[in-house]
Design a protein around this ligand. Structure first.
Ligand code: ADP
Ligand code: MG
Length: 606
């Protein structure tokens, strides 16, 4: 039998550190939370590469006295908790007194801090948990901590770190989560010397929301606000029309802390019931505020999971708030980011039926002008949409035929080959009406067109034809999407997207698949990124088909818009010839009403 040993404190700290410091991003989270707890109004987060070699967090908070700094790195050293009564209603981000001990056990730290009102600061060097040096120094009020060489003394953990790109993206995500949780604090995040994001600290969360969710989604978010039974809910949810391919864009905050919560996730998703297609998920940024005693944050070392004492109340408040935001969306409101704000604040207040004192309103998304992006160039004239012959004629003409000849020949062949049908017109800007073979055909123009494009793309097995933009447009992506994009550059270029890095999280889009409206480009790239992340990579062919779905859907003409009769005619032809029956998702593209059915309607026959 082996003997029982009491672990030496250094080893115990290194093991404990594993719970708190999982990767460089956890260091950023812990140090930012300390800055918030110190009452900082401005926090700067800098890091290099993936964060492991260098992270520096500076704040203008209360600072530490030399005595406090001397013990701050010891395990269970905290100024935030004194007895067990305090634990019940903890209002600070930290309280376990573990973060600094854990971080310093696995890195080299330099701390500069000056207590508010004190003449002089101190500079302290800590290495693998030991204070190496401590000297008076001149520094601004507040605290700045530099963490170098994370995991230098735990090679096994160092080996588990992912690529710099992955770690950096986790660092940015951690900084954004913290920044989003505290919109009243101004946060600047700098990676390798370049600014990653900045929040103004004006207590509005919209600029952080922009950085986090990307312009395309952020601009279509619906604001929501509500409160009931001491639970207040505020935030932004996506319109049902912007369903996401995964849950990766659901963010929840409880009393300023970023949390993961199956309860809140389900409350939001229930509110969308019957408005989202199966397999689509809402995006949201939801802030929950409730009494500190009503939530236990001490159930997880990193405190990203919490326990609510009254889960049903929390669920109901979130559900009702989101529901009323979605119901209010049906009202014809102008949601223009800059102008629509007044209307939004004035309108749409709802009440819980059973709780008369509960009110909901839709706060403005932003009163400041939205960030400036280059406007997408107007869509090419409709006649230019079909620049090349449709696939059904591809085989008829060798590629070398001169283009005028092709057009003439297409006309002739169309006349000969087309089955007899009559295009009546378009109804509701959505359905093409065709008389064919003694029947009335109603065609869903988007679904049919999507199928035609999809078939063409699948058959060609070549790179997707792309259109070069005269003026590139700026595409902004979330850190997660940027990472996916950069790891899959080749795939995206095969799909016809030509993107060049244009500063952090931004890309200049120079070319996109033909027929895709440049205004839909960001949405298309975002959807492709989600598919690239979540799709099974084991079968390349199935993966490509899945991606082509997105390209086809975005390239197809849209319901609700008027289209050129010649274009509608081409679609009608493809349907009556039997070439197109189902959209790529399996839904039928047309409905047939026979003369007999119509006669029955009008009681012409019984
Ligand atoms: P906790 O946050 O759980 O108290 P930490 O190990 O994160 O534990 O920090 C230990 C203590 O060091 C804190 O309680 C606080 O008193 C002090 N401290 C840490 N960071 C800062 C900072 N940025 N500004 C002022 N004091 C700080
Ligand atoms: Mg802390």
């Amino acid at each position: 039998m082996t003997r029982i040993n009491i672990l030496p404190p250094h080893l115990a700290d290194m093991i404990a550190a594993g719970e708190v410091v999982e990767r460089p991003a956890s260091v950023i989270k812990e140090l930012m939370e300390n800055a918030f707890d110190a009452g900082a109004k401005k926090v700067t987060v800098e890091f290099k590469n993936g964060g492991a070699p260098y992270i520096r967090i500076s704040d203008d908070g209360c600072g530490m006295s030399p005595e406090d700094a001397g013990i701050a790195f010891m395990r269970h050293a905290t100024s935030k908790l004194h007895d067990e009564r305090g634990l019940e209603a903890i209002g600070t981000m930290g309280f376990r007194g573990e973060a600094l001990a854990a971080i310093s056990a696995v890195s080299r730290i330099e701390l500069c801090t000056r207590e508010k009102g004190s003449d002089e600061g101190i500079k302290m060097t800590v290495e693998a948990g030991d204070i190496v040096d401590m000297l008076p120094c001149g520094c601004p009020e507040g605290t700045s901590i530099t963490v170098r060489d994370i995991f230098f003394n735990t090679p096994a953990r160092l080996k588990f770190l992912k690529s710099d790109r992955s770690e950096a993206s986790a660092c940015i995500a951690a900084a954004l989560h913290c920044a989003l949780g505290r919109p009243e604090v101004s946060v600047r995040c700098i990676r390798d010397g370049a600014e990653e994001f900045f929040t103004p600290g004006d207590a509005r969360s919209d600029s952080a929301v922009y950085s986090l969710l990307g312009r395309e989604l952020a601009s279509s978010l619906l604001p929501c606000r509500g409160s009931a039974d001491g639970v207040s809910v505020e935030g932004f949810v996506s319109s049902p029309a912007k369903g996401q391919g995964s849950r990766s864009r659901q963010y929840f905050f409880c009393n300023g802390r970023y949390i993961r919560s199956a309860l809140l996730q389900s409350a939001v998703e229930q509110a969308y019931r019957n408005t989202l297609l199966t397999g689509r998920f809402p995006a949201c940024v939801v802030y929950l505020t409730l009494g500190n005693a009503a939530v236990d944050v001490n159930v997880h070392p990193a405190k990203t999971e919490v326990k609510f004492s009254e889960e049903k109340k929390v669920f109901d408040a979130v559900y009702q708030t989101v529901r009323s935001a979605l119901e209010a969306e049906d009202k014809p409101l102008e949601i223009s980011l800059s102008e629509g704000t007044k209307k939004l604040t004035e309108s749409a207040s709802a009440t819980f039926n059973d709780r008369p004192r509960t009110t909901f309103s839709r706060p403005s998304f932003s009163e400041r002008p939205a960030p400036v992006f280059k406007p997408a160039p107007a869509r090419a004239p409709q006649s230019a949409v079909f620049r090349s012959p449709m696939p059904e004629y591809d085989s008829v003409f060798p590629a070398s035929t001169k283009s005028e000849n092709v057009e003439k020949a297409v006309e002739t062949v169309e006349k000969i080959a087309s089955p007899a049908y009559r295009l009546i017109g378009e109804a509701l800007n959505t359905y093409i009406l065709v008389e064919f073979d003694g029947k009335l055909l109603l065609i869903d123009k988007h679904a049919a067109h999507e199928r035609m494009i999809f078939d063409r793309l699948v058959q060609s097995e070549r790179e997707v034809m792309s259109q070069t933009l005269l003026e590139p447009i700026l595409v902004r992506l979330s850190p997660e999407d940027s990472e996916t994009l950069e790891a899959n550059g080749e795939t995206l270029s095969e799909l016809g997207f030509e993107l060049e890095p244009f500063g952090e999280g931004a890309y200049a889009l120079r070319a996109l698949p033909e027929d895709i409206d440049p205004g839909d480009a960001t949405a298309a790239v975002e959807e492709l990124c989600v598919k690239l992340r979540t799709g099974g990579a084991d079968d390349a062919k199935a993966g490509r088909t899945e991606l082509l779905h997105t390209v086809a859907c975005k390239a197809a003409i849209k319901a609700g818009r008027r289209h050129d009769p010649a274009e509608l005619d081409r679609i009608a032809k493809a349907v009556v010839s039997g070439e197109v029956r189902y959209c790529p998702h399996g839904r039928p593209v047309s409905v047939t009403l026979t003369k007999a059915e119509l006669d029955k309607f009008f009681s012409r026959i019984v």
